[in-house]
Design a protein around this ligand. Structure first.
Ligand code: CO8
Length: 264
């Protein structure tokens, strides 16, 4: 266990490669206090070092909540310079999540507010239960989203919808989140985790280096102009040519069997 409030589970057998980061701070609705933030940091540093990790799910074991955002009680006691270093650490932790080479899936049952939604925005996919409640309520607290929300939300849903959500701080449900492209799926209550696992398993079957290169090409390419983005795609594609897994994929196709990829 990395901290009181963050647990890291590595799944086994045919699901080995799938890692679950579980948020468990029921008394504060998974608010990101210092202990949780350190736990998240260590969890993602750990996963970043683990060459057997293929896909990550971030989930909550607290009923009806994914994460209530920054810990507003701890913050009230912080000095200005403590708030400053806390927010910097939060920002860099979310960047670490975003820049992880393998895919990440946020499993959102219930509230994902402020920093909680910003954490989910740092993931590659978001799966919502029907009871999901997503918002960036910061302007109501006389601040702005400060851990990536003003940048990652518009890149995902477009400027106009992101502005409406940030200016009003409005809470939206899982279905609306799916409609605007914020969530990949909205499933019945309690089924977000199984849906995420189903997707994680699909990803886990694919060529591991290919998945990493695809993530890199998309994430870095989208920030570039088209000519340079296509160059990046070529570079990522070429990285795959000499892999054993590529030959295994071709052999499996010819032999009409499922490929077994080793990540080499
Ligand atoms: N921080 C600390 N404690 C919290 C938080 C929080 N964010 N959210 C809930 N809690 C605590 C409550 O105070 C309560 O404690 P107690 O039992 O001691 O009174 C306990 O958790 C249970 O909460 P509720 O009774 O309210 O539980 P409900 O199930 O009725 O509601 C909600 C759950 C919907 C999550 C509700 O608690 C809520 O709306 N919480 C506030 C969420 C919020 O506004 N979050 C945004 C924070 S702003 C932010 O994250 C900015 C991050 C970016 C940083 C950059 C800044 C520059």
């Amino acid at each position: 266990s990395l901290s009181q409030s963050v647990k890291l589970h590595r799944l086994s057998d045919c699901d080995s490669g799938i890692v679950e980061v579980n948020l468990d701070r029921p008394e504060a609705k998974n608010a990101i206090g210092n202990d949780m933030l350190r736990g998240l940091r260590r969890a993602f540093e750990d996963i970043g070092q683990d060459s057997s990790a293929r896909v990550v799910m971030i989930s909550s074991s607290v009923p009806k909540v994914f994460c209530a955002g920054a810990d507003l009680k701890e913050r009230k006691k912080m000095t200005a310079s403590e708030v400053h270093s806390y927010v910097n650490y939060l920002r860099s932790t979310f960047s670490l999540i975003e820049e992880l080479q393998i895919p990440t899936i946020a499993v959102i049952e219930g509230a994902a507010l402020g920093g909680g939604l910003e954490m989910a925005l740092s993931c590659d996919l978001r799966i919502c239960g029907e009871n999901a409640l997503l918002a960036l309520p910061e302007t109501g607290l006389a601040i702005i989203p400060g851990a990536g929300g003003t940048q990652r939300l518009p890149r995902l849903v477009g400027k106009s919808i992101a502005k409406e959500l940030i200016f009003t701080g409005r809470r939206i449900g899982g279905k609306d989140a799916m409609t605007i492209g914020l969530a990949n799926y909205c499933v019945p209550c309690g089924e977000a985790q199984p849906k995420a696992l189903e997707i994680a398993r699909e990803i886990n079957q694919k060529g591991p280096i290919a998945i990493r290169m695809a993530k890199r090409a998309i994430n870095e390419g989208i920030e570039r102009d088209m000519v340079s983005a296509l160059d990046l795609e070529e570079e990522c594609y070429e990285r795959l040519l000499d892999t054993k897994d590529r030959l295994e994929g071709l052999a499996a196709f010819a032999e009409k069997r499922k490929p077994t990829y080793t990540g080499e």
